[in-house]
Design a protein around this ligand. Structure first.
Ligand code: ADP
Ligand code: ASP
Ligand code: MG
Length: 443
């Protein structure tokens, strides 16, 4: 059974829902994962922020702005029968009323997570109602019945496999199973989510859990490009890349994939295909186990990085120093991305600066600390094994006009990373595109 995930733009208009219903209409059994209609999760983040601040009137107005007339017009255009329109309107009325009720309750983190879940609950119900109208044999599987994370917000693949297998066994003979991306239950049983862009993760977790033949991620672009198409003018799709390369690109900022969604597919060797809903005839990108021997595959960038330089004379010739430093990051559950060291100083980067002040407070007890915010990690993915020569000179020649704060080479065979100021990102990505992909660009 294949797993197909459709992103926000792919379900963003009634006619797009019509198109994806056609795309999945062959007789093969499938699990279809849907995101919220594009713009909805952003609106829900905004509504939650207003309620969290206690600004009820602004929260209620933002709910009205989201629903009226958008979702009511959406259902009018989505369905062709009176029965379908009535069913669709009932779904929207239910969620509209449900959201407005939050104005009357104390509003905290738990309520925020519940509000954020509304987008995927709405899109899947609307779509399944449409399939019903089209007399298509489908079933809505509530993701909250099987998608679960542990106390560290890590998905529990074994649990998901066990629950989902049992649910599918109980509901055999259905052609299309529809479920929500993004949403899950946490270790307390409360409603939670897999972080922004998390529907990709739902897709790969389900694909891994049922050991699917293929996971398809349908989006608004024809596959993984060699560089960020939002920033660089000339980019091109890559037909085939390895799990390792895709994982690095996703983690280091290629927005087409959720940062950690490749892990479950890689673990269970389920190929992932990236496809364009608007141009389904395009080949897209397939991500699989085949190692690639391209010198350069692609470039990605991760913004809002904080660099911390830690200096101490006691570092000189000392053992145990690094352990002491990393224990602090571990204590505050803050992952470290890049690291470089010298005799007397250590530079590292973090993405999540929620606990920065506490971390700095503890570091300052035994070191001198300097902090630079608004940095960007630029990640160059390719084949940089220890027997290869010449790649670094091409990278640094391309980047000759960009000031570099940190360089990381040799951590992985697939990744060379540099840390630059955020303001230099466009220049760096453009220079690397011209310097490393000249041959492909003139084709
Ligand atoms: P969806 O809503 O379908 O999940 P996303 O907006 O999350 O879609 O991801 C698709 C977008 O990712 C593309 O429209 C593109 O602008 C952006 N993107 C960033 N880097 C890349 C890349 N290397 N290749 C392809 N798309 C990329
Ligand atoms: N709707 C969620 C978001 O916008 C999840 C997703 O689209 O993947 O982040
Ligand atoms: Mg996405």
């Amino acid at each position: 059974m294949k797993v197909l995930k459709f992103g926000g733009t792919s379900v963003g208009k009634p006619e797009r829902m019509h198109s994806i219903a056609k795309l999945i209409s062959d007789k093969d059994q499938k699990i279809v994962v849907l995101s919220a209609v594009s713009g909805t999760t952003n609106a829900l983040v905004d509504i939650s922020a207003k309620f969290s601040k206690g600004d009820k009137a602004a929260g209620l107005k933002a709910i009205d702005d989201l629903f009226k007339p958008f979702y009511y017009d959406f259902v009018t255009a989505l369905y062709s029968t009176d029965e379908g329109k009535k069913g669709g309107k009932a779904i929207i009325d239910f969620h509209y009323t449900n959201l407005k009720a939050y104005a009357e309750k104390p509003f905290g983190e738990k309520e925020t997570k519940e509000v954020l879940a509304e987008g995927e609950l709405i899109s899947t119900k609307l779509f399944q109602e449409y399939l019903k109208e089209q007399r298509c044999n489908s079933l809505l599987l509530p993701a909250l019945d099987f998608m679960k994370t542990d106390a560290d917000s890590e998905p529990l693949l074994g649990y998901i496999e066990e629950k989902l297998t049992a649910i599918l066994k109980k509901n055999e003979g259905i052609q299309l199973y529809i479920t929500q991306g993004y949403i899950c239950r946490n270790s307390d049983g409360g409603i939670d989510n897999l972080k922004r862009g998390g529907s990709d993760y739902t897709g790969t977790l389900i694909g891994a859990a049922i050991r699917s033949e293929e996971i398809q991620i349908w989006t608004d672009i024809d596959g993984m490009h060699n560089n960020d198409p939002r920033i660089v003018k000339k980019t091109f799709p890559i037909p085939e890349i390895s799990f390792d390369e895709a994982a690095e690109l996703a983690y280091f900022g290629a927005k087409i994939l959720h940062p950690t969604c490749i892990r479950p597919a890689h673990e269970r060797k389920v190929p992932v295909r990236l496809l364009n809903t608007m141009q389904p005839e395009q080949k897209g990108t397939v991500i699989n186990s085949k190692p690639s021997d391209r010198e350069f595959t692609a470039i990605a960038a991760k913004d809002n990085i904080t660099a911390i330089k830690i200096k101490s004379v006691r570092m000189l010739n000392a053992y145990g120093f690094l352990r002491k430093v990393f224990e602090i990051f571990e204590k505050y559950k803050t992952p470290v991305d890049m690291i470089t060291t010298s005799e007397v100083a250590l530079s590292l980067t973090i993405d999540d600066d929620k606990n920065l002040d506490k971390i700095l407070g503890e570091l300052k007890e035994f070191c001198i600390v300097e902090v630079d915010k608004d940095q960007t990690i630029v990640c160059i993915v390719g084949s940089f094994g220890q027997d290869k020569t010449g790649a670094s000179i091409k990278i640094f020649e391309a980047l000759c006009a960009v000031p570099l704060r940190m360089i990381s080479y040799g951590g992985s065979n697939h990744n060379v990373s540099v840390l630059i100021k955020g303001e230099n990102k466009v220049e760096a990505l453009t220079a690397l595109n011209e310097g490393l992909f000249q041959k492909e660009l003139v084709k």
